[in-house]
Design a protein around this ligand. Structure first.
Ligand code: SF4
Ligand code: FES
Length: 370
């Protein structure tokens, strides 16, 4: 076992990549061929057992749309029996009062429900089908079941001007927490980046609206704002460091340091069908490759921030430069920063001119477990 390696805190269990919506910012992989054969309920229960034994305290049941797994209450009950804090991340299309009650009785602690926009017209356009009304019903069902509720909205050029209306929506549905998260560019979002990136003026106005709303709502509503990192000059501390606090299990059982890491070639990703979670976490090439700071090159190697931001995001470094060991190009010290500046400048031109850029909607994909 790797000396001094930390124990993980959270497990992101991506139960399925199947989903009825078509959001152009989805971070799921573009091709789902490798993920079609989903783990069975028995295999997921074994993953949860091993995660708990490894020290995991929270599990996030995600997707795709985890409600499409009929065995979801069984998995929630199993996680709850293990003493895990159980969070469901859902688009809420089939979250009826009966299902919400069933999940609450099984031990679910919290629901993170996504909304695409504040008003049905724009929201349904982004979702690629009528979805907004059902989300409102799902929020009511969550509250009725006595569960804690976070409303999550991915922000981009088409909805970032609606911050006040999004906050009003979160208040109306009785959310405990509102997460306004600027799009992170992986998967479909990377594909659609030119259409999704906001302008700097939009971001400034959004940040001002969030500050004002926080003063008004106080402790009634916790508003979390995730910055648009292309517009920052220092990178995000992605995953709090590679192989440090979180692990992801994909629908096919691949065990990943983060949800986007499957894109990095030659990473040595192992599958839960091949080995147990502890040996994958501590010893597999995928987890050890970028753990700690030994892998870093300059400018990160000698930078005083290296323990704070861990050199930024490995997946972003790979997507933008082709080299996952490069300094995240968002960093002002990265030799690749001009790449990000160019992308932002292009978006500024199209966004400020109001020129629409066509988007590629996310494909549904995935196959049920046998
Ligand atoms: Fe972070 Fe590396 Fe930039 Fe320093 S050089 S701020 S460690 S990304
Ligand atoms: Fe993979 Fe940041 S998304 S390390």
């Amino acid at each position: 076992m790797a000396e001094g390696a930390p124990r993980p805190l959270g497990l992101l269990a991506e139960l399925t990549y199947r989903c009825g919506l078509h959001c152009p910012y989805c971070s799921n992989p573009l091709s789902l061929d490798a993920y079609a054969e989903e783990l069975t309920a028995t295999q997921w229960c074994a993953v949860l057992d091993q995660a708990r034994a490894l020290g995991v305290l929270q599990t996030h049941l995600s997707g795709g749309e985890p409600l499409l797994r009929r065995d979801l209450p069984h998995l929630v009950a199993h996680a709850h029996r293990l003493g895990l804090y159980v969070n469901l991340i859902s688009a809420g299309q089939t979250l009826s009062p009966r299902r919400a009650g069933e999940l609450a009785a099984a031990g679910l602690d919290h629901v993170q429900l996504s909304f695409q926009d504040a008003h049905p017209g724009g929201a349904d356009l982004i979702a690629g089908r009528p979805a907004h009304r059902r989300k409102l019903e799902a929020a009511a069902a969550v509250k009725q079941a006595g569960l804690a509720l976070t409303v999550n909205v991915v922000l981009h050029r088409a909805n970032i001007d609606h911050i006040d209306a999004l906050i009003a929506l979160a208040e109306r549905v009785g959310a405990d927490r509102l997460e306004l998260a600027n799009t992170q560019y992986y998967g479909w979002a990377l594909q659609n980046r030119a259409a999704l990136l906001p302008t700097r003026a939009q971001l400034t106005a959004a940040e001002r609206a969030v500050r004002a709303a926080r003063c008004r709502t106080g402790s009634r509503l916790d508003i979390v704002y995730v910055v648009a990192d292309y517009f920052e000059d220092l990178p995000k501390p992605c995953m709090h460091g590679w192989g440090s606090r979180q692990l992801t299990v994909a629908p096919n059982g691949d065990v990943l340091p983060c949800p986007a890491a499957g894109r990095i070639p030659g990473l040595g990703v192992m599958n839960i069908r091949q080995a147990d979670l502890a040996s994958i976490w501590y010893d597999s090439p995928a987890f050890t490759r970028f753990r700690g700071t030994d892998w870093m090159r300059e400018p990160c190697r000698s930078c005083p921030r290296r323990e704070l931001d861990h050199g930024g995001c490995r997946c972003q470094a790979f997507e933008l430069t082709g080299d996952p060991a490069a300094t995240d190009p968002v960093c002002r010290l990265s030799p690749h920063r001009p790449l990000v500046d160019r992308i932002v400048a292009e978006a500024e031109t199209t966004g400020a001119a109001g020129r629409p850029v066509p988007v590629v909607p996310r494909a549904p994909g995935g196959r049920r477990p046998k």
